[in-house]
Design a binder for this molecule. Structure first.
Ligand code: AMP
Length: 219
C-alpha cells in the first residue's frame, strides 16, 4: 500500500487557506479537512458541540486542543481520507501538531504549506469576504452571489462570517502569532515547511503550491 499524502496548510485568516486547500484536495483526491468548517457546521445545525463552541468562535479565540484533536481523529477515519488529507486550520498549536503525529502514525505529514500574507492585507480581505453557510464556498462582497445572498454552487445562503468583524479579526491575528507561529518552526525543524506568497491571485497561489508539492512531496 502506498503512503497516504497528508498535507498541512497554514496561514493567517484571509490568506486563502480554505480556497487553496479545497483545490488541493480535489486535484489530488484527498479529504479536505477544515476544523473551522466542521465547527461552523455544528453551530449551524445546533448540535451540542455547536452550542459548546459558538461563543468561542464568535470571539475569535481557539477551542481546546482536546476537542479539535478528537474531531480530526474521527474525521480521518472516513473513507475519503483513504489516500490522505489536506488539513486546513489544523494543527493550530504545538499540542495539536503533537497529537496529529500520533493520529497519522507512520505516514505522517508529508508537507506543510504556509501561505504568507501581511497583516495589513488580512483586514482588507476579511472585511470583503462572504461565505456560503452550506458548502463553504467563499465570495467577495462585490460578487453576484454575495449581493443576491445565494450560493452559485449549492444554492445555500451567502453571509458574512460572525468572526470576520474587526474585533474578532484582531483576536484571531493575536491567536495566530501566539499559537500558530511556533508551528512554523516545528515543521521547519523537520524539513517539512514551504512558504508560498499569498499576495497573488488564486490561480498564481495555486500554481506556486503545485510547484512546491511536486518538488518536495510527489517525487
Ligand atoms: P477558521 O475557519 O480556520 O478560521 O476557524 C474559525 C474558528 O474555529 C477559529 O477562530 C477557532 O475559534 C476555531 N478553530 C478552527 N480550527 C481550530 C483549531 N485547530 N484549534 C482551535 N480552534 C479552532
Amino acid at each position: 500500500m502506498t503512503a497516504r499524502l497528508n498535507l498541512v496548510v497554514l496561514g493567517k485568516q484571509g490568506a486563502g487557506k480554505g480556497t487553496q486547500s479545497q483545490r488541493l484536495a480535489e486535484r489530488h483526491a484527498l479529504a479536505h479537512v477544515s476544523t473551522g468548517d466542521i465547527l461552523r457546521a455544528a453551530i449551524q445545525a445546533g448540535t451540542p458541540l455547536g452550542r459548546e463552541v459558538k461563543s468561542v468562535l464568535d470571539s475569535g479565540q481557539l477551542v481546546t486542543d482536546d476537542l479539535v484533536n478528537k474531531l480530526v481523529e474521527e474525521r480521518l477515519k472516513e473513507p475519503d481520507a483513504a489516500q490522505g488529507c489536506v488539513l486546513d486550520g489544523f494543527p493550530r498549536t504545538i499540542g495539536q501538531a503533537d497529537a496529529l503525529e500520533q493520529i497519522l502514525g507512520s505516514d505522517g505529514v508529508k508537507l506543510c504549506i504556509n501561505i504568507d500574507l501581511p497583516n495589513e492585507l488580512v483586514l482588507t480581505r476579511l472585511s470583503a469576504r462572504r461565505v456560503c453557510q452550506e458548502c463553504g464556498t467563499t465570495y467577495q462582497d462585490s460578487d453576484v452571489a454575495a449581493i443576491s445572498g445565494t450560493c452559485e454552487v449549492c444554492g445555500g445562503d451567502v453571509v458574512q462570517r460572525s468572526d470576520d468583524r474587526p474585533e474578532a479579526i484582531t483576536q484571531r491575528l493575536e491567536a495566530f502569532e501566539r499559537d500558530t507561529v511556533p508551528l512554523l518552526s516545528f515543521y521547519e525543524s523537520r524539513g517539512l515547511l514551504v512558504t508560498v506568497n499569498g499576495d497573488q491571485s488564486i490561480e498564481e497561489v495555486s500554481v506556486a503550491i503545485e510547484v512546491v508539492l511536486h518538488a518536495k512531496a510527489l517525487t
